[in-house]
Write a protein that binds this ligand. Structure first.
Ligand SMILES: [Zn+2]
Length: 463
């Protein structure tokens, strides 16, 4: 029996659009392109689509990125969607899987936010690929059992974790394996081959012949081997990556067969049970502190990270309390509106029409638009937990600026709807999030605390 190999690409870019205008800023370093999304499209998304690589890999594309592709790169977008459709038609299961909506670290999120992120990710997938997803990519592979339980309750069957995030009998290679859920049920987990994934991601320059490299390495592996890495590895991080990937995926490769995960799970139901190391991630196997209190993986002083997170947590509580209070007599179930609000983001329905459908009785025009504003505030409140905000060591980067701006947009909408201004307290809370001193080689000297990021947006007259 030939060895099986699955190559999974996680395609994603940190969102950077201005929440007040919806526009992507011109980005330094992306020249001659307007921004990095454009640059990476030319280097990676488009050539991989044209080379037919999406036809054979397993992949997920972040909902925010695929939304951008649909809008600005319609041909590449259409080619990618077609790849999944053809795979589905010829093999009985598509090769795309879903991703939760905003790259939130789900184990750090409260239960309600986990549900929203997962429900929105599934709705986005269904809108793009016109079918129900079977698997879901967890941002940073950050995992805990309550998150897997919610995935299962939403009709999903599997996710991907890295070798160092699980323990138990791994003799079936990349699996899939069974993980026992809190309610007694099971969820399937594919286990990423760390060695092969890392070698392809970080050492591609030393792989002269991809097929030989893979055939050689597969000799010592059992059944399925799963390589999972950032999709941008192929063409953006490594110029030669598109060609190498095409080569690895050639159907006439004698030594192995290329499979996609959903398809493989159907024919290889998991039998061995393993355990998950909860609150770990593929980028940080020791825990989730990188996105919370800070960890040694980023140099310098991470003291700003927990302060920024708790300021946003507090703000989220206030926004939720106002939302529930204001909608208490107007909506039958305020959280049901939020679960469906992704349809507004996707352009499927007008916000006020959706509110009317979810209303407990007939609402006035003013009530409809007020509830719609508060629901839109919930969208920005979700976006302010994008994990990219905490990923790097520096506070004065586009990603922390982005999460602060999303918070400010949510505050602005709440104020427009209710005249309650959550801004001053939020600003005060941000004052304690201080930039560390060194190492900040490209640091901006005018940014000393997260409150300076707030003031920066304010001076641009957005609020
Ligand atoms: Zn770490």
């Amino acid at each position: 029996m030939p060895h099986s190999i699955a190559i999974h690409g996680h395609f994603y870019q940190p969102p950077r659009e201005n929440p007040f205008t919806g526009e992507m800023p011109r980005e330094r370093g992306a020249e001659p392109y307007h921004d990095y999304n454009e640059k990476i499209t030319v280097e990676c998304y488009q050539p991989n689509a044209e080379a037919g690589n999406f036809d054979r890999i397993s992949f997920n594309i972040g909902p925010t990125l695929i939304n951008w592709l649909a809008q600005y790169q319609p041909r590449t977008y259409a080619r990618i969607v077609q790849a999944d459709r053809v795979y589905q038609q010829t093999r009985g299961a598509g090769n795309a899987i879903a991703q939760s909506a905003h790259h939130t670290i789900l184990p750090l999120a409260r239960r309600r936010d986990k549900i929203t992120q997962i429900a929105w990710g599934i709705s986005s997938f269904r809108f793009r690929f016109q079918r129900q997803p079977r698997g879901l990519w967890l941002p940073e592979m950050a995992v805990d059992l309550p998150t897997l339980q919610i995935l299962s309750e939403h009709g999903l069957s599997f996710t991907i974790l890295s070798e160092e995030q699980v323990r138990g009998d791994l003799r079936m290679g990349s699996g899939p394996y069974r993980v026992r859920l809190p309610d007694g049920g099971y969820f399937a987990v594919f286990v990423r081959d760390r060695f092969l994934s890392n070698q392809l991601s970080f050492d591609m320059a030393h792989i002269a012949d991809g097929r030989k490299w893979l055939e050689w390495n597969l000799r010592a592996r059992n059944r399925l081997a799963l390589i999972a890495t950032d999709g941008e590895t192929f063409g953006h991080h490594h110029r030669d990556g598109v060609r190498l990937l095409s080569d690895l995926l050639q159907p006439d490769a004698a030594g192995y067969e290329v499979v996609a995960l959903t398809e493989y799970l159907r024919t290889h139901p998991p039998t061995i049970e393993i355990e998950v190391n909860e609150r770990t991630a593929w980028s940080c196997s020791h825990g989730l502190a990188r996105w919370d209190t800070g960890c040694g993986c980023t140099p310098g002083d991470s003291g700003w990270k927990p302060v920024l997170r708790s300021a946003l947590d507090l703000l989220a509580d206030e926004i939720d309390a106002i939302y529930q209070y204001e909608t208490r007599r107007l909506l039958a179930n305020p959280w049901r509106l939020i679960e469906h609000y992704i349809d507004v983001v996707l352009g499927k329905i007008q916000a006020t029409t959706l509110v009317r459908e979810m209303a407990a009785g007939s609402l006035t025009g003013a009530q409809l638009s007020r509830v719609a504003q508060l629901a839109q505030a919930q969208l920005h409140r979700q976006r302010m937990f994008s994990s990219c905000g905490w990923f790097f060591e520096q506070l004065d980067r586009p990603e922390p600026r982005y999460v602060v701006a999303q918070a400010m947009r949510a505050i602005q909408l709440v104020k427009q709807a209710t005249e309650i201004d959550l801004g001053p307290n939020f600003h005060d809370a941000l004052c304690a999030a201080r930039c560390g001193p060194a190492p900040r080689p490209i640091g901006d000297p005018t940014i000393r605390t997260a409150a300076d990021l707030y003031d920066e947006w304010k001076t641009k007259n957005y609020t």
